[in-house]
Design a protein. Structure first.
Length: 50
């Protein structure tokens, strides 16, 4: 049954791709969050100086 092993290989490949995409998304999320926090901090600083 070569088909079953091929399906297994495809699933394993998809798992790797999914994990890569997940890690990528987490990186994007972290950088977006840090940018958001920095902007929020800037806004708060400006409000205090006015």
């Amino acid at each position: 049954m070569p088909i079953a092993s091929e399906m297994h290989a495809i699933r394993a490949g998809l798992k790797d791709v999914t994990r890569e995409a997940y890690i990528c998304n987490m990186d994007v999320l972290e950088s977006t969050t840090s940018i958001y926090k920095r902007n929020l901090y800037d806004v708060q600083q400006r409000k205090m100086h006015k």
